[in-house]
Design a binder for this molecule. Structure first.
Ligand code: DGL
Length: 273
């Protein structure tokens, strides 16, 4: 790759604004790297859609990034990573980093033998976390469960109190009973509910936040490929694109990114490849 490539931004894609938890982790770890974020807010959620539809939408997102020029794309959405990344890796001219492998790697390294995985229905049905965990550490006992109501709870800001606690208990008690010692938060939204999830699972269960692990994987991949932005380059300026824009989306975006977002720019994916 040329020196010019290293100056290009990193593309970060998600079905909506949830992937800003991953963008935030990347921005914190790599403060000199500019990010070009794309959230498909017009078509979110992806979590219950068929793998073929998620693949089609993700391919369109990659075409969007190709037109703008990025040096690497983070598929920050677990559902898109699970349903589309294997097929798209061979088509993409730039490296793709998904969230499944980094999360699975961290869990495989830390677990004492039994791992729980929570995510959307499509992520869990894909079996991609199981496949990654089995490759990284054969013999692990793996228990996966979809937790679809966590997404609207996080978006509504219902992060504490009786309702999230009751929902978390209903979803997580069976995982707790099966004796998992490590739990992968396999969805962009779940880190916001870490508090209630930790309460229900108890102190003996370690939570793996894929966002932090993915940021580490991005840093490694940039270094491997000689794509890290040189020291002394102009300061990073991030841009945020969204296929639908409203006051609610703007407020949610700032909440997930953990800091104000000055401008959300419109994006159109329907016409992309
Ligand atoms: N971004 C999705 C994920 O991480 C959650 C929201 C959705 O269902 O689109 O799986």
């Amino acid at each position: 790759m040329s020196g010019t490539s290293s100056l290009l931004p990193i593309g970060v894609f998600d079905s909506g604004v949830g992937g800003l938890t991953v963008a935030r982790a990347v921005a914190d770890r790599l403060p000199v790297e500019p990010l070009l974020y794309l959230g498909d807010t017009a078509r979110v959620p992806y979590g219950g859609k068929s793998p073929a539809t998620v693949l089609h939408y993700t391919r369109q997102a990659l075409a969007f990034f190709r037109r703008r020029g990025v040096k690497l794309v983070v598929i920050a959405c677990n559902t898109a990573s699970a349903a589309a990344l294997p097929a798209l890796s061979s088509e993409s001219p730039v490296p793709l980093v998904g969230v499944v492998e980094p999360g699975a790697r961290a869990a495989a390294e830390r677990s004492r033998g039994a791992v729980g995985v929570i995510g959307t229905r499509t992520t869990v049905a894909s079996g991609s976390y199981e496949a990654a965990l089995n490759t990284l550490r054969p013999g692990l006992s793996i228990h996966a469960r979809p937790c679809p109501l966590f997404v609207p709870l996080a978006e509504e800001g219902w992060l504490t109190g009786p309702v999230p606690r009751w929902v978390a208990q209903s979803y997580l008690e069976p995982l707790k009973d099966s004796g998992v010692d490590t739990l992968v938060l396999g969805c962009t939204h779940y880190p916001l509910l870490k508090g209630v999830i930790a309460q229900v699972m108890g102190p003996g269960v370690e939570l793996v936040d894929s966002a932090e692990e993915t940021a580490r994987a991005v840093a490694e991949r940039l270094t491997e490929r000689g794509l890290a932005r040189p020291l002394g380059a102009p300061p990073a300026e991030h841009r945020f694109f969204s296929t639908d824009i409203s006051d609610t989306i703007k407020a949610l975006a700032a909440k997930f990114f953990g800091r104000p977002i000055e401008k959300l720019e419109p994006a159109e994916l329907e016409g992309e490849a």
